[in-house]
Design a protein around this ligand. Structure first.
Ligand code: MSP
Length: 511
């Protein structure tokens, strides 16, 4: 089966921050997990490079928009290896192939009768690049997200007949109740549709930085229509000489933040319907990571990338964490501390607590102790006997639970299920007290069983945890001499392990 997952594409006029890392890590967990299930996976991320904000920023800096985006896009591209993210392609909306596809699809939408020429007059937020309805603008005509004044715009536009899709969208929401997840976001999107849809601008004519409208060279496409199509266009040119569209379209998951719900759950399906293209299975809307102090901006913008320092207090700088603790620690923390789909506060203090109590103590120590005991009591070779029958049902059930949770994108719930087993194995060590068994030759079989159970349990955990903490998992599996990652093998098995290496602490104490 194919599995196609996408992140939002990020605006290049801001620096990468924790919010961008968050969406990207979440998609990476899903992609890596599905690869372990043997699915045919394609994972896309990239940058959104057109539109007014970029044109204005370039003007301020005295460079061309192309120069500006060429300078900034690599910062996002370089973020991926830093986060140990396994994206299959990095799209830039300035790629000529993307632009050609945008023109092709939007011309088709026009040919299908869903585009007309008109004059737009209304409120616009340059920071959202969003035309606000009167209801969204509120009485004071400020942006509900940024709390900054909206601009009154009047310009010649081509319009997309969004209003004509109201019934089709409601039918989609009826027939596909998990089209938008989680449920409270489905309700929010549905309420927006039910409140009545207005047609939306498809093009802009007051600036030129965008994909030219093929039937009218004085217009460029409105940046959101250009940007959304990245999910479709990328498949046609990600692999030179090959078109992956039939293989991966439509996407199983578009993962987005709650700030861009309207575009993905209303505009996007309507556009696809208008173009006669298949609709994605799910749009998963995650919440925001919030910081209680420091310079994160009010009103929905991402937590700013700032250097962690005492005066900043609780500001969580992803790059400082990666430098000091490694990408796994950041990946784990983001997926663990805030339930995926909800908003939640993050902080350096909570990071430190979870790093020490869960990664270093619960998991890291379990690994160190187990490997050390195999060396101390059995010369570095895992005994070949059967693992403990009392442990097997609980450990072997894990992989099925994790698959079921990941099928609903419950990335935090899956970690919880895994951690129950981490704790179970720690209790097992205490209950069995191998150091006592080791003193009694007559109990050598018992000690063998405990050691193989622990080593195998650890192997299962490392396999299942791989999507969240890939580097540590690979290190541990290499130590165990069992590098295979497929989930079919994530069950306690006799005779699977043999000689093991020495293991440095997986999550060392901070310097
Ligand atoms: N370019 C548009 C998206 C186009 S998709 C066809 C855009 N870009 S953005 O750079 O502003 O990135 C927005 C995304 O970053 C959010 O949807 C969310 O996924 C992520 N986040 C930004 N701030 C965030 C938090 N504070 N917390 C979690 N994620 C956040 O919008």
């Amino acid at each position: 089966m194919s599995f196609y997952v996408t992140t939002p594409i990020y605006y290049v006029n801001a620096a990468p921050h924790l919010g961008h890392a968050y969406s990207t890590i979440a998609c990476d967990v899903m992609a890596r997990h599905m690869r372990q299930r043997g699915e045919d996976v394609f994972f896309l991320t990239g940058t959104d490079e057109h539109g007014e904000p970029v044109a204005l920023a370039a003007e301020r800096e005295g460079v061309t928009p192309q120069e500006l985006v060429d300078r900034n896009a690599p910062r996002f591209r370089d973020l991926m290896p830093q986060l140990n993210v396994s994206n299959d392609f990095f799209i830039r909306t300035t790629d000529p192939e993307h632009q050609a596809k945008v023109q092709e699809v939007l011309a088709r939408i026009r040919d299908n009768g869903h585009v007309y020429e008109g004059v737009y007059e209304g409120w616009y937020c340059p920071r959202c690049a969003d035309f606000k309805t009167d209801a969204e603008a509120g009485e004071d005509n400020t942006c509900p997200i940024h709390r900054t004044p909206l601009v009154r715009e009047k310009e010649d536009n081509y319009f997309f007949r969004l209003s004509a899709f109201q019934d089709d969208l409601l039918r989609l929401f009826d027939e596909q109740p998990d089209f938008v997840m989680p449920r409270h976001r489905y309700n929010e999107a549905r309420a927006f549709i039910e409140s009545g849809l207005q047609d939306v601008s498809l093009s802009r004519s007051t600036f030129t930085w965008g994909v030219p409208v093929p039937w009218d060279s004085s217009h460029v496409f409105y940046v959101w229509f250009d940007a959304l199509l990245n999910y479709y266009s990328a498949l046609s040119y990600a692999r030179p000489g090959e078109d992956l569209t039939d293989r991966f379209w439509p996407a199983q998951y578009h993962v987005i933040g709650k700030d861009i719900l309207k575009f993905h759950t209303v505009f996007w399906p309507a556009m696809l319907l208008a173009a006669g293209l298949a609709l994605p299975e799910h749009v998963f809307v995650h919440g925001f990571l919030l910081m209680s102090s420091g310079p994160s901006k009010a009103g929905g913008e991402g937590p700013e990338l700032v250097k962690m320092s005492k005066s900043m207090g609780n500001v969580l700088d992803p790059f400082a964490i990666i430098d000091e603790f490694g990408a796994d620690a950041l990946r784990y923390y983001c997926m663990r501390d805030v339930s995926f789909g909800q908003d939640g506060e993050v902080s350096t203090a909570r990071f430190a607590v979870l790093y020490e109590s869960e990664l270093a103590n619960d998991f890291g120590n379990l690994a160190s102790r187990t490997i050390a005991m195999v060396h101390r009591y059995r010369g570095g070779t895992v005994p070949s006997g059967e693992p403990d029958r009392t442990l097997a049902p609980e450990i072997d059930a894990l992989v099925g639970e994790v698959c079921a949770l990941l099928d609903r994108a419950d990335l935090t719930g899956a970690l919880e299920a895994i951690w129950l087993r981490v704790r179970r194995l720690n209790r097992y060590v205490e209950e069995q007290a191998p150091w006592v068994l080791a003193k009694d030759e007559a109990r050598a079989d018992e000690l063998d069983r405990v050691l193989v159970s622990l080593a195998e349990g650890l192997r299962v955990l490392a396999v299942v945890l791989h999507p969240w903490i890939p580097a540590s998992s690979e290190k541990l599996l290499a130590t165990l001499g069992a590098p295979e990652l497929d989930l079919d093998g994530a069950r306690l098995t006799a005779g699977r392990l043999g000689a093991v290496d020495k293991l440095e602490p997986l999550f060392p104490k901070p310097k």
